[in-house]
Ligand binder design. Structure first.
Ligand code: B3K
Ligand code: ZN
Length: 875
């Protein structure tokens, strides 16, 4: 396979202005007639027309209605000696029912769906399948009326009617030009929740959420989320819905979360369907943010799109930033906003930081790829969002909104680059630090790796001056050994020893490798609160004493840094316990730490959601990232011991927390009630864990009762989780009854599988269980949600069970990567990332992991998706 390089970008040799597609839909063999108006790009030299295709059967090619000579070169249809402008007609067939890759046109539960981003349209017809070719589409669909009563595509329905032989047709016209990756089509038996809304300017819109007949009662939250998204984008950015009709359709077979096709978003059911009986608070929150994300793409992605796939973060980083801001702005209270920010940072640090430190590390704007599907990563998405957030920090909220306005004024209807975006934000804010530092700031786009920011402070009591000194560096990443300094906005405040805030938040802009800042008029030696709100995606090192961290935890006015202080204390305890000789008998947690946690848990001024975050110890992957070499079993054992210690030492407080938070009244997924349920759930987990240590049977019994009586899925699942994760004997009975209760709810059965595959390992029992789960009649490796719920929950989310000294976890993993690769390369390549950090492992894990990766790499006929991942892992 060949690598594609960003530097090689050239505009297309031809433009496609209009596309008229006719589909005769049949699962076994769908016929596609594609009529295009094409013209030569005046700027390009006289090259042949090369159209992309993939797994198509070509039947006929006509140029201006005449048979034309063409050739097939690899995956391309090549035509030469073309006029400057012409009509090209291509007639092909494809086999949707056999499409297990779920790219292009596929069938899920007797319904046709498409997925075209990034390069799936070429699996539907021959095309210039690249985002800078934007065309006007009209789509005629024909299908059996009985089997496919609903026929949808992008834009507006302009005609429909019956045909002979029980077939019918629908014609759709999209009023906007679009790149091929935003094309969509759906055909099947679906029903819709509908709502008519008026935009700010008075324009009417029809909103529809399409699902299978039995699921209509689970669409209210998605619809409400869509309406909230529309209102928010108008209020915050002045961006209105530009369509008469906006549709969301849910499918249970989907490679990712959702897809922003113009006017016809296609969603994984996981991010649409919710009612209180089947969905947890986390599901409700995810639905709101994914519905928002796809809706926000209508402007950031669809109206202005990417010139080439290297610019992916132009739309993804920006749209993640927008959905994060949306979710925060929906929070009534500042503390709930902070909770959302902490959750987002937790994902960044536990998933993106490892990516940035591993073999797949790449800049937010990558320089090369073999398979673009492999670059839909946390770096492009979440780190990309942090880059946009830093721009907002540097120009201010209003300045950023002005920058967005200028971006759309300049680029509406165009396919552009990350440079174009940064330039628009800068130009709208001519006197800002961003504008002054723009070329340097853009290193965030070009340099991979997570910067380290080392800070130290000195206090001059006589002069009343506090001085902060920063040194920045960035570790090498594949292909980039030396890094130049970044522009790092650092939000700083100062706290006095007694907890008084001596200095409110200021934004320092660090630009040099080493740099010093003085604060005058500081009356006492302060505790610095650095990187408030996580103002930059860096690792901050500061030599805090435990006492200083306890001060920040108790008094910082910045909730993020309060939480961060507890994380630092927890991490410190974990590192000390990992370093200590095994079996040395030293307590895993100091009394000071336990007392601090007790104070948090009993503090009536704090929100339950915030307490739950503070009481959650750093994850095993986050701890592992801080170590030079990792013994995953040791990390697991230490973290489990810390959890057990917190459970027993705070037993009375956990009981109280459960009693105080157990009843949240009529179900509502709002952040405050969700936070109370989360804390009550954590209390149950702790109480069951403590019961395991003490032999108590009361709390497991109460937990089982809670499981039975629960009025919503969050409470029910939390109770089930408490029994399963504490390994209590009652878990088996609860699991069986949970399955019986929800056997027809695929998304709930996914939870049932995931909970078991993700359960703490006790003596190597999880892998045999996972093998058994794969034989369960409800298991199917072809359904990505189900594969993720079993295989990924074990291989990628259960390190204590996966990293086995006998290497059986790795062998299982490599078998599944190979098995999945033949079915669905995108899902396989995602799983193949599971051992990215193998080179940090101690023996015997390291050697065994390498061998498992090599075993995959040695397979003939590997997809380029999986091949790229494992090849990079071995380099
Ligand atoms: N843009 C899509 C992702 C497509 C992934 C293709 N492999 C969803 C999103 O980011 O909104
Ligand atoms: Zn997106």
């Amino acid at each position: 396979p060949v690598a594609i390089h960003r530097e090689d970008y050239a505009p297309p040799a031809y433009w496609i202005d209009t596309v008229d597609l006719t589909f005769d839909l049949d699962p076994a063999k769908t016929r596609v007639l594609n009529r295009m108006r094409i013209r030569r790009n005046a700027d390009a030299s006289n090259q042949p027309l090369r159209l992309h295709g993939d797994e198509l059967n070509l039947a006929r090619v006509l140029v201006d209605g005449q048979g034309a000579s063409f050739r097939i070169e690899g995956d391309q249809l090549v035509l030469e000696n073309l006029p400057d402008a012409f009509e090209l007609e291509v007639f092909t067939t494809c086999q949707p029912a056999k499409n297990t890759k779920l790219m292009g046109l596929f069938v899920s539960q007797d319904t046709f769906f498409t997925q075209c981003e990034a390069e799936g349209f070429r699996r539907i017809t021959y095309f210039l399948d690249r985002p800078d070719v934007m065309a006007s589409y009209s789509v005629l669909m024909r299908a059996s009326k009985d089997q496919y009563p609903v026929l949808l595509s992008n834009g507006n329905l302009v005609e429909e009617g019956d045909l002979a032989d029980g077939r019918h047709f629908a014609k759709w016209v999209d009023p906007f030009k679009k790149p091929s990756y935003l094309f969509a089509l759906v055909a099947g038996k679906l029903v819709a929740r509908e709502q008519r809304v008026k935009g700010r300017s008075g324009r009417d819109h029809l909103l529809q959420v399409y699902v299978r007949a039995g699921d209509l009662d689970k669409t209210e939250h998605a619809m409400n989320s869509l309406i909230r998204s529309i209102v928010w984008d108008e209020a915050r950015f002045g961006l209105s819905l530009d369509l008469d009709r906006f549709m969301i359709v849910a499918t249970s077979d989907f490679n990712m979360g959702a897809m922003e096709n113009k006017g016809l978003n296609i969603f994984n059911t996981k991010y649409v369907l919710a009612n209180q009986a089947t969905a947890t608070d986390a599901d409700y929150a995810n639905i709101e943010s994914v519905v928002g994300h796809e809706y926000f793409h209508n402007w950031t992605g669809d109206r202005v799109t990417c010139r080439d796939w290297f610019q992916l973060s132009l739309k993804e980083g920006l749209t993640v930033f927008r959905d994060q801001e949306f979710s925060q702005d929906l929070c009534a209270e500042a503390s709930a906003r902070a909770v959302k920010r902490i959750e987002d940072v937790r994902v960044l640090r536990s998933v993106q930081f490892p990516e940035d430190a591993g073999p797949m590390a790449h800049p937010v704007r990558p320089d090369s790829y073999i398979e673009i599907s492999n670059f839909y990563t946390v770096t492009i998405y979440e780190k990309g969002a942090e880059v946009v957030r830093m721009m907002q920090t540097l120009v201010g909220r209003e300045g950023f909104a002005a920058g967005m306005k200028l971006y759309f004024e300049r680029h509406d209807g165009q396919a552009v680059t990350c440079d174009d975006f940064a330039q628009a934000i800068a130009d709208a804010n001519p006197h800002s630090d961003l504008t002054r530092l723009l070329p340097q700031f853009k290193r965030w786009y070009s340099q991979a790796g997570t910067p380290r920011l080392k800070a130290r402070g000195t206090y001059d009591a006589a002069e009343r001056v506090y001085t902060l000194h920063f040194d920045q560096s960035c570790p090498p990443t594949p292909g980039q050994s030396n890094k130049d300094p970044f522009v790092i906005p650092v939000n700083v405040g100062l706290i006095g020893a007694s907890g008084r805030e001596l200095l409110a938040t200021q934004t320092l802009v660090v630009t040099q490798a080493g740099e010093t800042f003085d604060f005058a008029g500081v009356d006492e030696e302060p505790v610095p609160s650095i990187l408030r709100g996580f103002s930059a995606p860096v690792v901050l090192e500061f030599d805090y004493s435990d006492e200083q961290l306890l001060t920040l935890l108790a008094h910082d006015t910045d909730p993020f840094n309060r939480w961060e202080a507890a994380q630092r204390l927890g991490l410190r305890a974990a590192m000390a316990a990992i370093d200590a000789a095994p079996g040395a008998g030293a307590p895993v947690l100091s009394n000071d730490f336990i007392e601090a946690m007790r104070r948090v848990l009993t503090d009536t001024s704090l929100d339950a959601a915030f307490k739950e975050l503070v009481l959650t110890l750093p994850s095993e992957t986050y701890i592992a990232e801080q170590l030079e070499t990792v013994d995953p079993q040791r990390v697991h054992a230490v973290r489990e011991a810390m959890r057990a210690r917190l459970a027993t030492a705070l037993h009375a407080e956990w009981q109280q927390a459960f009693e105080d938070n157990r009843d949240t009244g009529a179900y509502s997924p709002d952040p405050r009630s969700a936070g109370r349920r989360a804390l009550a759930g954590m209390a149950l987990v702790s109480l069951c864990l403590a019961a395991r240590e003490s032999g108590d049977t009361v709390w497991p019994g109460k937990t089982l009762q809670r499981f039975k009586d629960a009025g919503n899925m969050t409470d029910r699942f939390n109770a089930l989780h408490a029994l399963v994760s504490s390994g209590h004997a009652l878990a088996a009975q609860a699991l069986a009854s949970f399955h019986a209760m929800f056997k027809d709810e695929a998304l709930v059965i996914d939870k049932w599988f995931a909970l078991q595959a993700g359960a703490p390992d006790r003596g190597g029992d999880v892998l045999p269980l996972v093998r058994q789960l794969m034989k369960h009649p409800d298991f199917s490796i072809k359904n990505p949600n189900r594969a993720r719920s079993v295989i990924f929950s074990y291989c990628s989310a259960n390190p204590g069970a996966f990293h086995r000294p006998d290497a059986a976890g790795y062998v299982f993993w490599s078998d599944r990567v190979i098995e999945l690769d033949a079915i669905n390369p995108q899902v396989a390549a995602r799983l193949a990332r599971g051992l990215d950090r193998w080179s940090k492992l101690v023996e015997p894990y390291r050697g065994a992991a390498r061998e498992a990766i090599a075993r995959i790499a040695a397979r003939p006929d590997l997809s380029k998706d999986t091949l790229e991942v494992v090849t990079r892992a071995l380099q």
